[in-house]
Design a protein around this ligand. Structure first.
Ligand code: ZN
Length: 266
C-alpha cells in the first residue's frame, strides 16, 4: 500500500471490496483479523469494533453488520422486571453504530437517568445463512465473548407502557460493549459461566445453562426472519442482577474466568 494512496475501502459483499477510484480486490479472511489483498500483500486489520479502520494513509469502511439481541432469555431476569416468560425468543436489534469502540470509555448519555448494564454472552456469526435448523446452528459460530447491552431503563419503561418499540432505549450509540472473542474449542456452549465486576465488586453472574432458549434455538428462530451474515452478533440475554451505572464506574466482564473487557463510564 506504499506506492499509492487509498482513501477508502468499502465492503460490497462478504468478500469483495472496492478501493475508491481504483479497482476491485478480493479480500480473503483467514482469521478474524488477517486479510489478504489478492496479488498484493498481507497486512493486519486492526479491529476497532466499529465500522472505521484507520491506517496511516487510508481508511476502510465495512458495510453495516447487525446485532440481534434476545430479551427475557433468563427466567430470573424476566421475574425481576415483572415480565412473563416468553414462549418464543423476544428479539430486538442494535445497529453497527451501537458498538462501543475497543479501548474507549462509555460516555453516559444525557437522555437517561437510569442506564442499566445487562451482561450477556455474545456469539459471532461466521457463515451466511437463513432458515437454519437448530441442529445445524452450531456450524454458524465458533467464537464467543461477554458483552453489555446498555439499556436506558427509564425510556424503555415509557416505551413498554405505550406498547412502542424499544430502540431508543436499547440501540443508541455505544450501547453495546463487546469483549475480546474467545474460541469455542473445548467449551460447552450450554455451560459457559460469565460475570461482571462493577468497581471490583461482583454484580452479575450467569451461566448459559440457564437460558430459556439456547443459542441454537435463537438462531433457528431468528434466521426465519433475518438473513445472518458474517460478522453479525447475537446478544443472548441477561441473567438477573441488572443495575444502574453512574459516571466514574469501572465495568469488567469475564467469560469462563477470563477478562474480556474493561470499560470506564465517563
Ligand atoms: Zn439484554
Amino acid at each position: 500500500m506504499s506506492n499509492f494512496q487509498i482513501s477508502k475501502l468499502i465492503f460490497l459483499s462478504s468478500d469483495i471490496v472496492k478501493l475508491s477510484n481504483y479497482q476491485i480486490f478480493k479480500l480473503i479472511f483467514f482469521s478474524s483479523d488477517i486479510v489478504k489483498l489478492s496479488n498484493y500483500q498481507f497486512f493486519k486489520l486492526i479491529f476497532l469494533s466499529s465500522d472505521i479502520f484507520k491506517f496511516p494513509n487510508f481508511q476502510i469502511t465495512f458495510a453495516p453488520m447487525k446485532i440481534i439481541c434476545v430479551g427475557r432469555n433468563y427466567a430470573e431476569h424476566a421475574k425481576e422486571l415483572n415480565n412473563a416468560l416468553p414462549t418464543a425468543p423476544v428479539l430486538f436489534m442494535k445497529p453497527d453504530s451501537a458498538l462501543l469502540r475497543k479501548g474507549e470509555p462509555f460516555f453516559h448519555p444525557n437522555f437517561s437517568e437510569n442506564i442499566h448494564y445487562e451482561t450477556e454472552i455474545v456469539f459471532k456469526i461466521k457463515k451466511l445463512g437463513r432458515h437454519i435448523e437448530a441442529k445445524f446452528a452450531h456450524k454458524y459460530f465458533a467464537e464467543f465473548t461477554v458483552g453489555i447491552d446498555f439499556t436506558a431503563r427509564d425510556l424503555q419503561d415509557i416505551q413498554k407502557s405505550k406498547g412502542l418499540p424499544w430502540e431508543i432505549s436499547k440501540s443508541f450509540d455505544n450501547s453495546a460493549i463487546v469483549g475480546d472473542f474467545l474460541p469455542l474449542t473445548n467449551v460447552d456452549v450450554h455451560n459457559i459461566s460469565f460475570h461482571l465486576l462493577k468497581n471490583g465488586v461482583l454484580v452479575q453472574k450467569g451461566n448459559t445453562a440457564n437460558m430459556i432458549f439456547p443459542i441454537e434455538k435463537v438462531i433457528e428462530y431468528s434466521s426465519q426472519f433475518f438473513t445472518l451474515k458474517i460478522g453479525d452478533l447475537f446478544f443472548t440475554g441477561t441473567p438477573e442482577g441488572v443495575g444502574k451505572i453512574k459516571i466514574g464506574d469501572r465495568l469488567e466482564g469475564f467469560a469462563e474466568g477470563i477478562k474480556v473487557f474493561d470499560v470506564m463510564v465517563k
